[in-house]
Design a protein around this ligand. Structure first.
Ligand code: CIR
Length: 270
């Protein structure tokens, strides 16, 4: 198991014991995409997904692997269906109509691993728009997440002691976390267009190299950063900063706008 780097404070936002994933369906070929630049190949997608799961396990995760849901082409992107916090889990309300049913499909697994599971009943909100740091929960409004959904989330998590900060996702960016990833409790990897909004003014920001924007969506899991292969300048910058990168193939998921964070729910059961 990869350990937590010596000298670095433990962070509940990047340190976990478990992850939930869902196998890609054959119907992943029909996954939503902003621009059609090709159709994912289901068998290559499955191979990439297996590598991703193995990387989580090598980082210390006990992985709960759920079966494919053919009725939901985007259901491999489990992050959008729920938010997992140390105190409990929240079932999301995805703003993409074809994805709404994914949340209900995730709920039984959350109830199995968590003592406390709440559900967003108003508005829309997807997990890809939520970044949890050591001190707050940042939520970006987007085409998938609206103010009513953010208010519903706030009503659930503020009694658990969390502060929710509502932000804007840049225009034409799918999710808030399409453009950023948490590197440690106080540090984010972010694109210039997102950092320029000022949303990370109180954080340390490692900038994505211009032209490598799709690699912003990375995840820190215990001692390592799971990072999409093919972005050498940003990878070198992160290694120079002392991060231990595991580079993983992401071409298939990228064809339908998915990345490292979207493919798992990361948590430590309460
Ligand atoms: C969608 O458009 O919903 C999927 N094709 C991609 C979802 C990516 N999820 C994420 O960034 N959390």
């Amino acid at each position: 198991m990869a350990g937590y780097p010596e000298g670095e404070a433990m962070s509940a936002a990047t340190n976990f014991t478990h992850a939930i994933v869902r196998a890609p369906s054959a119907s992943v070929t029909d996954g939503l995409r902003a621009v059609d630049s090709g159709t994912p190949d289901p068998s290559q997608f499955a191979a990439d997904h297996a590598a991703y799961v193995a990387a989580l396990q090598a980082a210390g995760a006990e992985v709960i692997a759920l079966p494919a849901l053919e009725d939901f082409p985007d259901s491999v992107f489990v992050e959008d269906a729920a938010l997992c916090l140390p105190n409990g889990a929240v079932v999301m309300r995805p703003g993409a109509p074809s994805r709404l049913g994914e949340a209900a499909a995730m709920a039984p697994t959350l109830r199995y691993v968590y003592g406390q599971v709440e559900t967003v009943e108003d508005g829309f909100i997807e997990g890809g728009d939520i970044l949890v740091t050591d001190r707050e929960i940042l939520v970006g409004l987007s085409a998938r997440t609206d103010a009513m959904g953010v208010a519903a989330l706030r009503a659930i998590v503020e009694p658990w002691g969390y502060t929710v900060r509502e932000l804007a996702t840049p225009p034409d960016v799918l999710h808030f976390k399409t453009d950023c990833g948490l590197l440690d409790g106080e540090t984010v990897l972010a694109t210039e267009r997102l950092a320029a909004t000022g949303c990370f003014a109180d954080y340390r920001v490692v900038p994505v190299e211009p032209g490598e924007e799709p690699c912003a969506n990375c995840i820190r899991f215990n001692g390592v950063v799971l990072f999409p292969a093919g972005f050498p300048k940003t990878a070198a910058r992160l290694r120079d900063e002392g991060y231990d990168l595991v580079e993983l193939p992401n071409e298939q998921a990228a064809l339908i706008d998915g990345g490292m964070s979207c493919l798992s729910l990361r948590f430590t059961p309460s």
